[in-house]
Design a protein around this ligand. Structure first.
Ligand code: ATP
Length: 239
C-alpha cells in the first residue's frame, strides 16, 4: 500500500502543498483533482523524490518509496517530454525494461516480448520504428503508457493522461486502468475531468494546496468542497 503522510513542499517561500495525507490500497484506482496550480504534479514529484520535501513522508509497503523507484511507473505530462528527441517508439518502451536491467545490456528475449506485448496492448506495434515526434498526441500518450506497462510496476502515476488525446486513446487508457485494478496494482491519475469519467475511480482526492476531501465521488464532489477548490462559479456549473 502507498501511504502519504503530512506531505509539504515549499517553493521559494511559498507553500505549493501542505499537510497532504492519503493512502492507496492494492487494486484501487485513485484520481487527483484540483484547479491549475493546486499542486497536483507537485504531489507526484514529491512522492517520487524528484523534488525535496519540506515535511512529511511517502512509504510503499512500509518502507520509504524513494528507495523503491523500480516498483513505481511514472507517466509525466506530455508537455514535459521533449518530442524532438531522436528516439523510436520501441526504444521508449524498452526504457521500461532498462530500469530493471541497466542501459548497457542487450535486452533479453523476455524483455523484447514484454515490450512487444505492451505495444500491442496500446495498438502501436506497427509504429515501433517511428520516431516519437512523428506521432499524434494520443499515440504519444499511448507510447508512454506502454513504457509504464513494460516496467511491470506495482504503483502507477499518470499526470494528465487525457489532455489532448482522441476518443480511442481514452478508451484504451481506461481499459488498461481496469486491467491494472484487476491485477491489484495501485494507480494515481491526475485529471481535470469532473464529468462522467469519474465513475471509473474508486477514490477521489480533491486538492487546492491542501487536501480538501478524500473519498468516493459523491462524498467528495459536494457544492461546498467544489467551492473551496474552484471557487463559486465552478461549483454552480458542476453540481
Ligand atoms: N520548480 C518550481 N519552482 C517554483 N514553483 C513551482 C515549481 N513547480 C511548480 N511550482 C508552483 O507550485 C504550484 C503548484 O504547481 P503544480 O504544477 O504542482 O500544480 P498543478 O496542480 O499540477 O497544476 P496544473 O493543473 O496547471 O498542471 C504552482 O503555483 C506552480 O507555479
Amino acid at each position: 500500500m502507498l501511504e502519504v503522510h503530512d506531505l509539504a513542499v515549499n517553493y521559494r517561500n511559498t507553500w505549493a502543498i501542505s499537510g497532504v495525507s492519503f493512502s492507496i490500497q492494492p487494486g484501487q484506482l485513485t484520481v487527483l483533482l484540483g484547479p491549475n496550480g493546486a499542486g497536483k504534479s507537485t504531489i507526484i514529484k514529491a512522492i517520487l523524490g524528484l523534488i525535496p520535501l519540506t515535511r512529511g513522508e511517502a512509504t510503499f509497503h512500509d518502507k520509504p518509496l524513494k528507495s523503491q523507484r523500480k516498483r513505481v511507473a511514472y507517466v509525466p505530462q506530455r508537455t514535459q517530454i521533449d518530442w524532438n528527441y531522436p528516439v523510436t517508439v520501441w526504444n521508449v518502451v524498452m526504457m521500461g525494461r532498462t530500469i530493471h536491467t541497466g542501459w548497457f545490456k542487450h535486452p533479453s528475449r523476455q524483455s523484447q516480448e514484454i515490450v512487444q506485448d505492451a505495444l500491442e496492448r496500446v495498438g502501436l506495434f506497427e509504429y515501433r520504428h517511428r520516431q516519437i515526434g512523428e506521432l499524434s498526441g494520443g499515440q504519444q500518450q499511448r507510447v508512454f503508457l506502454a513504457r509504464a506497462l513494460a516496467q511491470q510496476a506495482e504503483l502507477f502515476f499518470f499526470d494528465e493522461p487525457f489532455a489532448g488525446i482522441d476518443q480511442k486513446t481514452e478508451e484504451i487508457i481506461f481499459e488498461i486502468f481496469q486491467d491494472l485494478k484487476f491485477k491489484n496494482k495501485m494507480v494515481l491519475v491526475i485529471s481535470h475531468d469532473l464529468g462522467e469519467t469519474l465513475e471509473q475511480y474508486d477514490q477521489v482526492l480533491l486538492l487546492n494546496k491542501e487536501l480538501i476531501a478524500v473519498g468516493s465521488k459523491s462524498e467528495v464532489l459536494t457544492t461546498e468542497n467544489l467551492k473551496k477548490a474552484y471557487g463559486k462559479l465552478m461549483s454552480l456549473v458542476v453540481v
